[in-house]
Design a protein around this ligand. Structure first.
Ligand SMILES: Cc1cc2nc3c(=O)[nH]c(=O)nc-3n(C[C@H](O)[C@H](O)[C@H](O)COP(=O)(O)OP(=O)(O)OC[C@H]3O[C@@H](n4cnc5c(N)ncnc54)[C@H](O)[C@@H]3O)c2cc1C
Length: 444
């Protein structure tokens, strides 16, 4: 625990990014005020400010670990609240078009599967219990008013009253980053350059009650051959013995509106596994839809200047294509990075400036691997918009060889699992022994 860096830190947004950042800041500021525009529910239910929460949200092992580091005991709380324990890859049937279903080997990691509202509820309960954190619901931030020393965060309360909190540090975890961009516009300062990749992913999700447990998988993923299909499917078990079943399509073609449409579409998946698992179940109470237009990385670190004490995090900084299940985990890892940087800068003469500079210069290396993995896979779909990453063809060839090796070699599968779950850096796959094993399979 370091010395206090300031009187007050304000966090805008009580989503996964905001809550984990508040947990990280708690030891470093006298007071942390989280301003959230929604009414925060007392239980694990959906809310208007996070419309994505009706769709499957996979929390990767790296995200679970980061949340446990920030809030010790989080994992136990989530399990106790009903999350389903999943062994990676023993309990996961992961079907690809090129190599078929990956072997269901025990790769030594366990994850917890739950609905997004439950994950957020457990996290919110933990953060709300920290004595110097105040979660204030029905507070919609309208602007950050700049000041040379302390920023003032203005908001409208549920009763329509306008109020403000003065802060040494403002963490923008509003998802869209509107408060930070608004502040830059008000000052007439440049906005950050962005890298965007247009995917137009449409999600349709059904909440179902399965009959008993499938004997040989708990999570089922069916991926298409991107050259001929845009349709992927997922079954994710959640608390209460239920399944979230989602069909996602690149390029947002016509979406299924009825259960019959949903079943018909699921028959077009690359294998009949999902259709067979759901076709005899009672229809859901309706389908939920979401369209995600583009992944977006805002390069704040490239700006000549950024107002003092402003820190955009999570989706406000970088939002990932949701089908790879990375957003919450990378948000939690950013909060952990925040802790590490806070600890390091606490003794400096100007810790807030040092925090902003060091966090923004280091966060890129945390975002790069998940960003590359997603974007390289996205560009296999002909409709994807944007600039292909450098050495794209080489990455595709590497990926093809990697999956052949994952299927054939348990050592490679374990390394792949650690990288995919954001437990180990991508460079693990460049390790000489792993490389040799991948190359052996490329030539086989
Ligand atoms: C369809 C879909 C599926 C996804 N699936 C996964 C998955 O499987 N795994 C995964 O890890 N991630 C997934 N994600 C991504 C994940 O939802 C986010 O990356 C993650 O929650 C981090 O978001 P955040 O905290 O930055 O923003 P959000 O979760 O969007 O939270 C932002 C919060 O800020 C509040 N807010 C906004 N503006 C204001 C304001 N002006 N004043 C006050 N409060 C404000 C909002 O009400 C909200 O509570 C998915 C996303 C989508 C769209």
């Amino acid at each position: 625990m370091g010395r206090h860096l300031g009187q007050c830190a304000v966090v805008i947004g009580a989503g996964i990014g905001g809550l984990s950042a508040a947990g990280a800041l708690a030891s470093y500021f006298k007071e942390i005020v989280v301003l959230e525009r929604d009414t925060l529910p007392a239980s694990a239910i959906s809310r208007a400010g996070t419309p994505q929460d009706r769709h499957p949200h996979l929390l990767l092992a790296g995200g679970l670990q980061a949340l446990g580091d920030i809030l010790p005991g989080f994992e136990k709380d989530l399990a106790r609240a009903g999350a389903v324990s999943i062994n990676v890859f023993r309990d996961i049937r992961y079907e690809r078009a090129d190599v078929g279903a990956l072997p269901q080997r025990d790769c030594g990691e366990a994850i917890l599967s739950a609905s997004r509202p439950l994950i957020e509820h457990v996290l919110r309960r933990r953060v709300a219990a920290i004595a110097n954190v105040a979660l204030r619901s029905q507070c919609r931030v309208t602007e950050i008013v700049p000041d040379a020393t302390r920023q003032s965060v203005r908001f409208v309360s549920g009763a329509g009253e306008i109020a403000a909190v003065e802060a040494d540090l403002v963490v923008d975890a509003s998802g869209r980053g509107a408060p930070t961009l608004g502040l830059l516009s008000a000052l007439g300062w440049e906005r950050p350059p962005e890298t965007t990749v247009g995917v137009d992913i449409s999600y349709t999700t059904a909440l179902l009650q399965p009959e008993g447990k499938s004997s040989d998988w708990q999570i089922l993923v069916t991926l298409p051959d991107p050259r001929s299909s845009v349709l992927a499917g997922l079954i994710l078990p959640i608390e209460g013995g239920r399944w979230l079943v989602a069909l996602s399509q690149h390029g947002a073609p016509e979406r299924p509106e009825t259960w019959e449409d949903f079943l018909a579409l699921s028959r077009q998946l690359n294998t009949p596994m999902i259709y067979n698992a759901i076709c005899k179940l009672a229809p859901p109470d309706g389908l939920r839809h979401f369209v995600f237009d583009e992944s977006r990385w805002r390069h704040f670190e490239q700006l000549q200047r950024l107002p003092r004490g402003i820190l955009p995090v999570a989706d406000s900084l970088c939002r990932f294509n949701p089908i790879y299940g990375q957003g919450m985990s990378v948000a939690a890892q950013q909060a952990k990075l925040l802790c590490e940087v806070l600890d390091r800068v606490a003794a400096e003469a100007n810790p807030i400036e040092a925090l902003q500079a060091e966090f923004l210069s280091e966060v890129g290396s945390l975002l790069q691997a998940p960003w590359n993995m997603g974007v390289n896979a996205d560009f296999a779909y002909p409709g994807t918009r944007g600039e292909r990453p450098e050495r794209y063809e080489e990455s595709r060839q590497f990926e093809a060889a990697l999956f052949r090796a994952v299927a054939a070699d348990p050592v490679v599968q374990r390394a792949f699992s650690d990288v995919l779950q954001l437990i180990k850096p991508f460079e693990l796959l460049q390790d000489p022994d792993i490389r040799r094993r991948i190359e052996a399979n490329a030539m086989a």
